[in-house]
Structure formats: structure tokens, C-alpha cells
Design a protein around this ligand. Structure first.
Ligand SMILES: C[S@@+](CC[C@H](N)C(=O)[O-])C[C@H]1O[C@@H](n2cnc3c(N)ncnc32)[C@H](O)[C@@H]1O
Length: 149
């Protein structure tokens, strides 16, 4: 299982308990300070089936089809090039694998005032994560998609 933008490692560590001894969880994050926190938390828990890797969602350092499940929580809205990140997530997902994402989505066009707001601009670049996920099969308000077998 892959956790994109694993931050302090909370979701990865929950997943590590769910996948059990036979499973493996990889958290990837671009921020060294977050990786240090995640690794310390894994050590404290004695979790041996999880590792935290430094890297960027737009250029994942994994082979095609490496993961059965990809999760991400509150990360893709921070990445301007959503096409690149979704293409990479889809590439590393195994055939029949599942991608499940929790993220900020845009329900209505961003107003002129919103476009002047630096925080809105930096967070989304007006690209909606949910709409971008649709071409990978995600439907509805829950961003969840299966890669065809
Ligand atoms: C809001 S935090 C969410 C952390 C974690 N998923 C959680 O739910 O607690 C966003 C994380 O995404 C990471 N991040 C942002 N852009 C990234 C990118 N392009 N590639 C990898 N990680 C990224 C940040 O370093 C940060 O740790």
C-alpha cells in the first residue's frame, strides 16, 4: 500500500496495522521534517512493515504496478500539476488495484476575489482534484477508483 504525502505518518501507521505482517506500507513525502516524525512514530510503535521514503508525487520512485492500494489525504490539492500526480498514482497501482483519496474539492467556479487570494491560488491553481480523478474512473463525492484488470 502507498500513502502519498504521508506527513507525520498517521494514516500509514493505521494501514500498517490493517495489512498485517504479510503486508507492506510505504509512505512518501517531500518534506524531510515530516519523514523524521513519521519514522520516529513507526519506531515507537515497533511497526516493521512500514517505511517512509522521500520523494514527490509528480515523480514517484517506484516501478509500474507496485501497489495494490494507493491512499492520499489532503495532499493533491497542494500539488499544482494534478495530471502528473494522477498519472503517477495510476502507473504505480497494480491492475485491479484501488486508489482512494480524501481531498479538498472545488464545487463551483472560483470567483474573481478567490483568484486574487494567494492561499486559494497556491492550494488549488483552480484545478479540481475530483474532476481530475474522474478520468481514472472515480465517480461521485468520494474519490475512489479501481484500475481495470
Ligand atoms: C496537509 S499534510 C497531510 C499529511 C497526511 N496525509 C495527513 O493526513 O495527516 C500534506 C503533506 O503533503 C506533503 N506534500 C505536499 N506536496 C507534495 C508532493 N508534491 N509530493 C509529496 N508530498 C507532498 C507535505 O510535505 C505534507 O506532509
Amino acid at each position: 500500500m502507498l500513502d502519498l504525502g504521508s506527513g507525520a505518518g498517521t494514516d500509514s501507521l493505521v494501514a500498517a496495522q490493517m495489512v498485517g505482517d504479510e503486508g507492506r506500507v510505504v509512505g512518501i513525502d517531500m518534506t524531510p521534517e515530516m519523514l523524521a516524525k513519521a519514522r520516529a512514530a513507526a519506531a515507537e510503535m515497533g511497526a516493521g512493515n512500514v517505511e517512509f521514503v522521500e520523494g514527490e508525487g509528480e515523480r514517484l520512485p517506484f516501478a509500474d504496478g507496485s501497489f495494490d492500494v494507493v491512499i492520499s489525504n489532503g495532499v493533491i490539492d497542494l500539488i499544482p500539476d494534478k495530471d502528473a500526480v494522477f498519472a503517477e498514482l495510476f502507473r504505480v497501482l497494480a491492475p485491479g488495484g484501488r486508489m482512494q483519496i480524501a481531498d479538498v474539492t472545488i464545487q463551483n467556479p472560483v470567483s474573481a476575489e478567490g483568484r486574487r487570494n494567494i492561499d486559494t491560488y497556491a492550494r488549488s491553481k483552480f484545478e479540481d482534484t475530483r474532476r481530475k480523478a474522474e478520468k481514472f474512473g472515480a465517480r461521485g463525492t468520494t474519490t475512489k477508483a479501481f484500475k481495470p484488470k
